[in-house]
Design a binder for this molecule. Structure first.
Ligand code: GLC
Length: 470
C-alpha cells in the first residue's frame, strides 16, 4: 500500500466537505482554485456516491446519513402539471449551500441550470443504491424504515415504473442523463442507466418494508427485475458467437418468431469490433433500440452489471477476459476509459453536435477517468483478478499526486492530463480511497454488491417464457 498517496487522497476528500448548519452534508465536485469552477463547487449526487462509500469505509457514517437526509428533503414531491418542474420523485443532479437573508439554504439543480439542460435521471437511482450501502455498513435499518424514507423510495419507483410510451423493461432517457452529461449519442436505452436502474431496484427490493402500502411496489420491483435480467442478458450481450450470429442475421422480420427482434442490420456492425473482441471475451453493448445497437463499450455500465448480479457468472468471466485482452486500449497509462472507442469525424459531428470538449479520446468521448478505479477494483476483487487490481493501483499511484488529482486523462492510452480537466477533483481522490480500502478489506465488497437471488431467478425464468410470446 502506498500510505503517502492515501494520506494525500484523504486530504483532498476532507477539503471538499460542504457544511450546512454546521454539519457536513456532502462534498464539492472539485476544489481547483486556478480556474472558473462553473458548477463544480456544488455537491453532485453521482460524485458524492463515491465520496460516500469512501466515508463509510473510513467509519464516517454521519456524513452519508446527512447527505441522504438532505437529498430526500430536496426530492421533488408535489405532483405538478407545470412542465418546467422536475417530475415527482426526481432528485437533483447537484445542490449548493446559499445564504438568503442571513440564513443558510440548500439550492438544488435538477438540470434546469445545467449546461445543455440535461436531465439527471441517475440521481434518484444513485440515492437508493447509496441508502442500501449505508444500511449494509451501519446496520441502521431504522433510518431506512422511517416513513419519509419509505415514501421517498416509492416516489422514485412511481417515476420509473409508471405508464410510458414504449414497451421495454429498460428505461427510455434523453441524451446525457447520467455520468456522461453532454450530448454523446447516449439517448434511448443506455447501458449505464439500465445497470444502475437494476441496482436501484435490487436496493428497493431489500429496503421496502413488508406492509400494505409497499405491497404493489414490492411485486412490481420483482417482476421488473426478472424482465430486465432477461432483456439485458439476451439482447445486450455481445461476444464472438453473438457477433457472428448478428453478421448472418435476417432482417425485416415481423411478429413473434422474429429472431432479430430489434431489426439490427448487419451492415451497422463497426469495423473495429471484429478485431477488438477476443475469442474468450464479451461485454454488454452500450445501447439498444429499434434498428439501433450502439456497439461501444461503456465501462461503468458493464462493471455495474457485475455488482448487481445482472451479469451471469459466465458473463463476468468473459468481461474480465475482455479487459485483459484490451488492456492497453481501456487502461493504458491510467485507469480507465469511460467508453471505447472514441467518436470521430462525421460521427463526432453528428452525435456530439461538434462538441469541442468531447473531441476524440478526450473527456467523455473515450477519455480516461481515474475515479472508475473504485468500480473496477470492487469487481476484480470479486473475480480474484488480483494482478489487475495491483496494476491499476500502481498506475494511479505513479501519477495522481504529481498531476494534482485530475478529473480525467486524454489520448488513446490515457497518457495526457485532460485538456480541460479540473484538478483536485474529489471523486478522483475518493475513488482511490475506496479502491485502497477495499484492497485492505476485501470482505467489504459484500456491502456494495448483490448476490444471485432465487426469487429473481424465478422471475427471470417467468419473464423468458412470457417474452417467447412477445
Ligand atoms: C462532469 C462529469 C459528471 C460529473 C461532473 C462533476 O460533468 O461528466 O459526470 O458529475 O463533471 O464532477
Amino acid at each position: 500500500m502506498n500510505q503517502e498517496v492515501l494520506e494525500e487522497a484523504r486530504k483532498v476528500l476532507e477539503d471538499s466537505l460542504v457544511y450546512y448548519q454546521n454539519e457536513p452534508v456532502g462534498t464539492v465536485a472539485a476544489k481547483d482554485l486556478s480556474v472558473d469552477l462553473i458548477n463544480y463547487d456544488q455537491v453532485f449526487t453521482r460524485d458524492f456516491v463515491v465520496s460516500g462509500i469512501a466515508f463509510l469505509l473510513e467509519g464516517r457514517h454521519e456524513v452519508v446519513k446527512n447527505f441522504l437526509t438532505h437529498l430526500l428533503f430536496l426530492q421533488s414531491k408535489e405532483k405538478s402539471l407545470n412542465c418546467f418542474r422536475p417530475g415527482r420523485g426526481m432528485m437533483p443532479a447537484s445542490f449548493k449551500v446559499d445564504f438568503q437573508q442571513n440564513r443558510e439554504v440548500l439550492l438544488p439543480d435538477f438540470g434546469e441550470k445545467a449546461i445543455g439542460r440535461v436531465a439527471p435521471v441517475d440521481a434518484p437511482l444513485w440515492w437508493i443504491y447509496l441508502l442500501r450501502i449505508y444500511v449494509r455498513f451501519t446496520n441502521d435499518g431504522s433510518f431506512a424504515r422511517r416513513d419519509d424514507v419509505q415514501h421517498g423510495i416509492r416516489l422514485i419507483l412511481d417515476l420509473c415504473l409508471n405508464d410510458r410510451f414504449d414497451q421495454f423493461p429498460t428505461l427510455l432517457v434523453p441524451d446525457g442523463s447520467f455520468m456522461i452529461d453532454r450530448r454523446m449519442g447516449v439517448y434511448g436505452y443506455p447501458l449505464d442507466i439500465q445497470s444502475l436502474f437494476y441496482l436501484a431496484l435490487r436496493s428497493a427490493n431489500e429496503l421496502l418494508v413488508d406492509n400494505d402500502d409497499n405491497k404493489p411496489y414490492r411485486e412490481a420491483v420483482l417482476e421488473r427485475l426478472g424482465h430486465l435480467t432477461y432483456h439485458i442478458r439476451t439482447y445486450y450481450w455481445m461476444d464472438f458467437g453473438r457477433l457472428n450470429e448478428l453478421y448472418r442475421s435476417k432482417v425485416e422480420l415481423y411478429g413473434e418468431d422474429s429472431v432479430n427482434r430489434f431489426n439490427i442490420y448487419p451492415d451497422t456492425i463497426p469495423r473495429w469490433l471484429g478485431k477488438w473482441i477476443p475469442d474468450n471475451g464479451g461485454y454488454f453493448v452500450g445501447n439498444l433500440g429499434p434498428a439501433r445497437m450502439d456497439f461501444r463499450f461503456f465501462t461503468a455500465g458493464n462493471l455495474m452489471t457485475v455488482l448487481g448480479s445482472l451479469a451471469s457468472p459466465e458473463h463476468v468471466m468473459k468481461m474480465m477476459a475482455l479487459f485483459r485482452s484490451n488492456w492497453s486500449s481501456l487502461v493504458g497509462h491510467m485507469p480507465i476509459k469511460v467508453c471505447y472507442p472514441a467518436l470521430r469525424s462525421d460521427q463526432w459531428r453528428i452525435l456530439t453536435g461538434s462538441d469541442p470538449k468531447n473531441t476524440a479520446w478526450s473527456y467523455q468521448n473515450a477519455g480516461g477517468w481515474p475515479f472508475l478505479v473504485w468500480l473496477f477494483t470492487a469487481v476484480a476483487l470479486l473475480t480474484g483478478d488480483i494482478d489487475l487490481v495491483e496494476e491499476t493501483m500502481r498506475l494511479v499511484e505513479a501519477r495522481v499526486v504529481a498531476d494534482k488529482w485530475p478529473e480525467y486523462y486524454d489520448g488513446s492510452q490515457n497518457r495526457l492530463v485532460g485538456k480541460q480537466a479540473m484538478l483536485y477533483q474529489t471523486w478522483t481522490a475518493a475513488g482511490y480511497i475506496v479502491a485502497q480500502r477495499l484492497v485492505d478489506q476485501p470482505e467489504m465488497v459484500e456491502h456494495l454488491i448483490f448476490r444471485e437471488d432465487v426469487t429473481i431467478n424465478e422471475c427471470t425464468t417467468r419473464a423468458a417464457r412470457w417474452v417467447e410470446k412477445w
